[in-house]
Design a protein around this ligand. Structure first.
Ligand code: NAD
Length: 274
């Protein structure tokens, strides 16, 4: 646990002044708070689990309300927020609700993402916009909305990109472009927000057997990844979460503007994506 909360004079959740109390005591409650988007399953769920194990409080954010409710029920010290990260109004409300509930934001993990594989000529504008809206607009909007609170804590942001953002390939015109943009977004944010003590880094995972990946990875792609990755396997959600939580922690206090490829060595090979 990072530190113990100060419960002195704490008002119960039903009390009319409870929100104001939490805001007033944001600096002294001591328990660090993370927002994790796309937390209902996959890498976001594993990241939540690691934060909770480390003693953090977590605002678990997802647009899949049913899956979110199931996931929230498995943890202590979390609060579920139904939010579409591509919608500015929804995002503003999500940050407000996090502050009302926990009083502070120490880390923001922009993890919510969607995949879309297809040839350029078959990638209609609606599919392109859907990918950009969640994968690129989402991290922009969430970081913008949380910046004021992150200034107060000198907090950290981790944006989740992909090895598809580091290497061009066939079939990933929308997904790969969105993830390359997330890498540049992270560098822009790191340079501009550094003066407030806010660190921004990027994790670029290799393949992980989540619902997102398995919807688009054919057996041929799976076999090719096994051949191409030096560690000769897919990663686990937990292995990606370890990199994310490290970059949010004090142990990474002098690291900002970096892209950490958690990919079994794939990026180092120089081989193209399957
Ligand atoms: P997943 O599909 O298992 O989980 C993604 C979660 O995000 C879901 O719960 C979904 O409901 C939520 N989500 C999607 N769009 C949303 C929106 N607009 N607003 C709020 N929530 C939304 O996927 P995952 O594999 O765990 O992926 C997590 C992140 O990791 C994504 O950004 C993905 O691009 C990236 N990534 C995954 C892999 C992989 O192989 N799995 C590889 C590289 C990068």
């Amino acid at each position: 646990m990072d530190s113990q909360p100060c419960h002195r004079g704490r008002l119960g959740p039903g009390h009319p002044d409870a929100v104001a109390w939490r805001r007033r005591h944001a600096g002294c409650t001591g328990v660090k708070t993370a927002i994790v988007t796309g937390a209902a399953r996959g890498i976001g769920l594993a990241t939540t689990e690691l934060f909770v194990e480390a003693g953090w409080q977590v605002a678990m954010v997802d647009r899949d309300g049913e899956a979110l409710a199931d996931a929230v029920a498995t943890f202590d010290r979390v609060h579920g927020i139904d939010c579409d990260v591509s919608d500015p109004v929804s995002v503003e409300g999500m940050v407000e609700e996090t502050l009302s509930h926990f009083g502070r934001i120490d880390a923001l993990v922009n993890n919510a993402g969607v995949a879309d594989f297809g040839p350029i000529e078959e990638t209609g504008f609606d599919r392109w916009r859907t990918v950009m809206a969640t994968n690129l607009d989402g991290p922009f909007l969430c970081t913008q909305a949380a910046t004021s609170a992150l200034k107060e804590t000198k907090g950290a942001v981790v944006n989740i990109a992909s090895i598809s953002g580091l290497r061009a390939s066939t079939l990933r015109v929308a997904y790969g472009t969105s993830k390359a943009a997330v890498i540049q977004l992270s560098k822009q944010q790191a340079v501009e927000l550094g003066e407030y003590g806010i660190r921004v880094n990027c994790v670029a995972p290799g393949p992980v057997r989540t619902k997102l990946a398995m919807a688009v990875h054919s057996q041929a792609i799976i076999d090719a990844y096994h051949d191409a990755i030096p560690l000769a396997r897919y990663g686990s959600e937990r292995e990606i979460a370890e990199a994310i939580v490290f970059l949010c922690s004090e142990k990474a206090s002098y690291i900002t503007g970096q892209v950490l490829a958690a990919d079994g060595g794939f990026e180092a090979t120089g081989i193209g994506l399957p």
